[in-house]
Structure formats: structure tokens, C-alpha cells
Design a protein around this ligand. Structure first.
Ligand code: 8DG
Ligand code: MG
Length: 125
């Protein structure tokens, strides 16, 4: 099982969501950005690194929010979601098709990766 981190990033009352690229399974789905933990990394270090790699922004990783385990056809992942705070940097799209800032109410209108659905529900509840 792969452990994957995901960022819950709120700014000005909106939450960041990112759409996966074509060819990047689960392709075209929306997610809370992040990525796989590398050897020797804490989840917090991983998420800070991923936000820099994927968007060129600095974040501070705060409290753990929730986790979800999901088995895709080729990979089983444990997704660890953390609250994060934006620190600095202009958002660049280094790894995603697009990003959006949406209200929590709007989460239900987006087609999220299966593993993210419980996280989105918990945020909206
Ligand atoms: N980061 C992230 N990955 C997710 C989410 N939901 C979900 O199913 N995944 C899956 C997709 C992948 O199978 C796996 C990790 O994806 P990833 O593509 O972000 O990994 P990574 O940034 O480390 O990228 P790479 O080095 O593997 O290219 O977790 C999510 O909300 N955030
Ligand atoms: Mg990623």
C-alpha cells in the first residue's frame, strides 16, 4: 500500500482543488493535491515538498484532517489529508490540468477521485 498525502488548503473562504492530467490515473478527476511519501519523509515533509513541486508555493502543514484507504485496480493507497496554510508563491501548474478555488458547498459539484470522496464529504458536512 502506498501512503499519499493531500492538502486541504483554504484561502479567502475557498478551498483549492486540482484536476489530474490526461494519462495520470485516475485521469481528469479532481483531487486535493499532494503525492506519495518518499523513504524517510514524514507526511508533513512530503506535503510541503509536493506543494512546492506541483505549484511552486510554500505552505505550512498543520493538523491532520482525516485518512481514507482506497483500492484502485493497480494500486492501493492510504490518503492522509492535512490542513495547510498558504505562505507564499505564485501558483504554477506543474503537474495538473487545472486548479480551482471553490466554496465548500461547491465540492459536491465536482467529480473527485474515488479516494477523495470521503474527504470531500467530511469537508462539506
Ligand atoms: N496526491 C493525491 N493523490 C491522490 C488523491 N486521490 C487519489 O486517489 N490519489 C492517488 C492518485 C495516485 O494513485 C496516488 C498518488 O498520486 P500522485 O500522482 O499525486 O503522486 P505524486 O505526486 O507523488 O506523483 P508521481 O511522483 O507518482 O508522479 O494517489 C489525492 O487527493 N491527492
Ligand atoms: Mg501529486
Amino acid at each position: 500500500m502506498k501512503t499519499v498525502t493531500a492538502a486541504i488548503l483554504m484561502l479567502n473562504g475557498k478551498i483549492l482543488i486540482a484536476r489530474r492530467k490526461k494519462g495520470d490515473a485516475p485521469e481528469h478527476k479532481w483531487e486535493f493535491p499532494g503525492g506519495k511519501i518518499e523513504p524517510g519523509e514524514t507526511p508533513e515533509q512530503c506535503l510541503k515538498r509536493e506543494m512546492m513541486e506541483e505549484f511552486g508555493v510554500e505552505v505550512e502543514v498543520k493538523d491532520f484532517f482525516c485518512s481514507a484507504i482506497y483500492r484502485y485496480q493497480h494500486i492501493e493507497i492510504e490518503l492522509l489529508a492535512y490542513h495547510t496554510v498558504y505562505l507564499e508563491g505564485e501558483f504554477q501548474l506543474n503537474a495538473h490540468a487545472e486548479i480551482k478555488w471553490i466554496t465548500l458547498e461547491e465540492l459536491k459539484d465536482y467529480d473527485f477521485a474515488e479516494a477523495d470522496i470521503p474527504i470531500a464529504h467530511k469537508l462539506y458536512a
